[in-house]
Design a protein around this ligand. Structure first.
Ligand code: TRP
Length: 333
């Protein structure tokens, strides 16, 4: 039986953090056997922010190494770099003819950019959802695991796929569905600044690549309060966040111990943070060491990228051939 296809992409800016890991990457690792997986690095998308060539290259290499270090197996899954598959830009061009200015201008992410950076409101930002749709449907993806911030983009990809199919009266593209991981496995990692979510742009992230000193510094800075005053008191959000993070990286008995101290009003946040920092470090250190090793091995990294590009191009060119025929190209000869 054919495995369903799952696809996800990440822009090569910055490092993978604990939120990325527990929210997505660890689940990708589990999906490798049961799904036909495509994971790619969206370097074309990242050109909308005008990176220098050096920072773009460094970013791509970092994400590639981090994916592998987290356990994504390049033999099982297809890990590739977006710009290595030029077919996607061809499909993007074709899809652009059926994407309307009004709907692109109404996209939340575009409106946000228009507000944040009126001086660099390039057309790439406007058509960002079209390229993203091309990324997804060129591999006939059935599922796309997306977070809240990408929901609308996926909705647009679905719309473009439906529109193409109905315009040409042929089910060329399956309609990609959002993939939600089993609720039980899914941990939303909070930020340590009291905010609800750990994120790159929130500036509150602990990266897998951070060294122990950096991790300690970040954890010790975490926002707390003056402590509970009543037995078995409910925890406020900032304190819950600390515990949620601990549940992700520490042993259950450690979490139970600090819960008990909290309930007895004997908690000392300094001690808890020290333990949390130690446990985060034990968790990230093997990953960090693997990232460092992989980053040293350019030959291995190019081998992985080349293998990924071959697999992704085979899949993309097959779809593109079909699309071109449906559209009417090459019918004249
Ligand atoms: N827009 C996504 C992000 O910023 C990255 C991305 C590009 C993507 N193409 C995709 C994600 C296709 C999923 C599927 O995070």
């Amino acid at each position: 039986m054919n495995k369903p296809t799952v696809l996800s992409g990440i822009r090569p800016t910055g490092y993978l953090h604990l939120g990325n890991y527990f929210g997505a990457v660890c689940n990708f690792v589990r999906m490798q056997d049961d799904f036909n997986c495509f994971f790619f690095i969206a370097d074309i998308h990242s050109l909308t922010t005008h990176p220098t060539p050096e920072s773009l290259q460094t970013g791509v290499k970092q994400v590639l190494a981090e994916y592998i270090a987290c356990g994504i197996d390049p033999e099982k899954a297809t890990i590739f770099i977006q710009s290595d598959v030029p077919e996607v830009t061809e499909l993007y061009t074709i899809l652009n003819m059926n994407a309307y200015l009004g709907e692109l201008e109404r996209t939340t992410s575009f409106k946000e950019k228009a507000r944040q950076q009126p001086d660099n409101l390039n057309v790439g930002l406007l058509t960002y959802p079209v390229l993203m749709a091309a990324d997804i449907i060129i591999h006939k993806a059935n599922f796309v695991p997306v977070g809240k911030d990408q929901e609308q983009h996926l909705e647009m990809a679905r719309k473009f796929a439906v529109r193409f199919n109905s315009m040409y009266k042929k089910e060329v593209f399956p309609i990609p569905k959002p993939y939600t991981f089993n609720g039980k496995d899914m941990i939303k990692i909070p930020g340590l600044d009291g905010s609800g979510k750990m994120g790159k742009s929130e500036g509150n992230a602990i990266n897998l690549y951070d060294d122990p000193k950096e991790i300690r510094k970040k954890v010790m800075r975490a926002v707390t309060d003056s402590g509970p005053t009543e037995m078995n008191q409910e925890k406020p959000e900032t304190i819950c966040n600390l515990y949620t993070l601990m549940e992700a990286v520490s042993k259950p008995e450690v979490v139970a111990h600090f819960n008990e101290l909290y309930n007895k009003c004997e908690i000392r946040y300094g001690d808890m943070k020290k333990q949390l920092a130690d446990d985060i470090i034990s968790f990230t250190e093997p990953i960090r060491n693997r990232i460092i090793e992989i980053l040293k091995d350019n030959e291995y990294l190019s081998k992985v990228a080349k293998l990924g590009a071959e697999k992704a191009r085979a899949s993309a060119s097959k779809t593109l051939r079909e699309v071109k025929e449906v559209v009417g190209f090459k019918k004249l000869f």
